[in-house]
Design a protein around this ligand. Structure first.
Ligand SMILES: Cc1cc2nc3c(=O)[nH]c(=O)nc-3n(C[C@H](O)[C@H](O)[C@H](O)COP(=O)(O)OP(=O)(O)OC[C@H]3O[C@@H](n4cnc5c(N)ncnc54)[C@H](O)[C@@H]3O)c2cc1C
Length: 419
């Protein structure tokens, strides 16, 4: 019997195994179980194939439950992650947003570093192509595989991920295992995903990228929920791009608390100028471009189709009309629309398109210091399976590594105490 079994060979499970290997007395065996034929498939898809493995600005504020996350991050933070990979021989770089990547710009670098480290540990055994269907608590843990085989464990770490991008392995079966053990699963929503919108004109904006400040509002009381700047990508029926992904996490977190909540978004498409500066600029633009057709008035401010959408929304007659004929009140309307382009949110894009899961095992049932279950002794959790989600930008892999470290260490110290 392996002393410690870890279900899930994603980043959190691999980190848990490597940490346990350092802390466990060497005669104790660790078994890492993965349902896919290969470990860490999802890592290959991360960061657009480049793996944004942490962020130099990481702290608890990037997570839905900061006080819980802090206790874990305090034990293993982004600097620990960077030096962990440095020790595995991975050169790294960070961009202007603090996002860290392997110097090779290739996510397989990170996965291979983890795999080679696992292979070099004599007390870790890996079992792939092996799906756990059921866990029974009986003075220890009995794991039942999809083919009916049974494995016994003294201590168990469940690191099965959430339910986003199921094709990569995390199909939500970890939640079933946790439920077998009487744990509560909160509402689940896709996060870090594009935001579906009701606005019909998006079909004509498909593919347009724009720098914007994006503000998310509660439709019921018009309260501002969050405001972030960055690049948005207009799609047929949705808003995408990094800043929209960040906003999607806030939609998911609010829905998690109140599923009836509805939202709208305002885009400030010229956030480098305030309203007055923008109006002055448009006056000057009118003066210098008098004989240009109104249809092209916003050339140089936003791309053409977005310009037309703004003119239409501002109810400006733009066909066969010259810029010199725009009156001051019309310029004000255009400025107002550029700074307050309203978008009606209908939904979040589904789990299959999402990078992470908002919701998971209730944190009320987990000790943040050790990540041990409060319901069962010697049962621990790591990674996305818990009700913790981070913003886009390397914060979810950081959570996977931090929680993998904490669960692997605390499970090992407890085993050592008992032996
Ligand atoms: C397309 C994409 C891009 C992303 N990019 C980034 C990024 O750049 N930066 C970032 O920080 N985050 C990113 N993320 C999020 C990040 O990848 C996840 O948050 C992270 O992988 C979660 O780690 P985990 O170990 O908890 O779960 P997972 O990575 O989901 O791993 C869980 C593992 O458990 C296995 N498993 C599940 N159930 C069972 C079972 N019953 N029996 C056996 N094995 C099981 C699964 O096959 C899987 O390998 C991205 C996600 C996606 C989908």
């Amino acid at each position: 019997m392996a002393k410690l079994v870890i279900i899930g060979g994603g980043p959190s499970g691999m980190m848990a195994a490597l940490t346990a290997s350092n802390y466990l007395y060497k005669n104790h065996q660790i078994l890492l179980i993965e349902r896919n034929e290969r470990l860490g498939r999802k890592i290959l898809a991360t960061g657009n194939g480049r793996c944004n493995f942490t962020n130099l600005n990481n702290n608890e504020s990037f997570y839905n439950e900061p006080s819980f996350a802090k206790v874990v991050l305090d034990q293993f933070n982004y600097l620990n992650t960077c030096s962990f990979f440095e020790q595995l021989g991975v050169l790294q770089f960070s961009d202007e947003e603090g996002r860290c990547y392997p110097f090779t710009h290739t996510s397989s670098t990170i996965l291979d570093a983890l795999r080679f480290a696992l292979d070099s540990k004599s007390n870790i055994k890996t079992l792939t192509g092996f799906k756990i269907e059921k866990v029974i608590y009986d003075n220890g843990y009995i794991l039942v595989s999809s083919s009916g085989e049974k494995i016994k464990a003294d201590s168990l770490i469940i690191a099965c991920g959430g339910t986003s991008s199921k094709n990569l392995g995390s199909d939500g079966s970890g939640f079933t295992l946790a439920k077998n053990l009487n744990h509560t699963i909160t509402n689940l929503y896709p996060a870090i995903t594009s935001i579906k919108v009701l606005d019909k004109e998006f079909a004509s904006l498909n593919g347009i990228r724009a720098k914007a400040t994006v503000s998310l509002y509660n439709l019921n009381n018009n309260e501002l929920i969050v405001k972030r700047s960055g690049e948005v990508l207009f799609k047929d029926d949705s808003l995408s791009g990094i800043v929209s992904f960040i906003i999607s996490s806030f939609i998911a977190r609010n829905l998690n608390k109140d599923p009836s909540m509805r939202f709208y978004i305002k885009l400030d498409l010229v956030s480098n100028l305030n309203q007055e500066e923008l109006i002055n600029f448009l006056h000057l633009k009118r003066q210098n471009n008098q004989l240009v057709n109104v249809e092209f008035f916003l050339n140089g401010v936003v791309v053409r189709m977005l310009g037309i959408a703004i003119l239409k929304r501002s109810k400006i007659e733009y066909k066969e009309r010259l810029v010199k004929d725009l009156n001051d009140e019309e310029l004000e309307r255009i400025a107002q629309m550029l700074k307050n382009f309203e978008v009606q949110v209908s939904d979040l894009s589904p789990f299959n398109n999402a990078q992470t899961t908002c919701g998971g095992i209730s944190l009320d049932e987990i000790n943040p210091q050790t990540l041990e279950s409060k319901l069962h002794q010697n049962l621990f959790f790591a990674g996305e399976i818990m009700d913790i989600d981070g913003e886009c930008g390397g914060h979810n892999l950081q959570w996977a590594f931090s929680s993998g470290y904490v669960s692997g260490k605390s499970a090992s110290l407890k085993i050592n105490e008992r032996s």
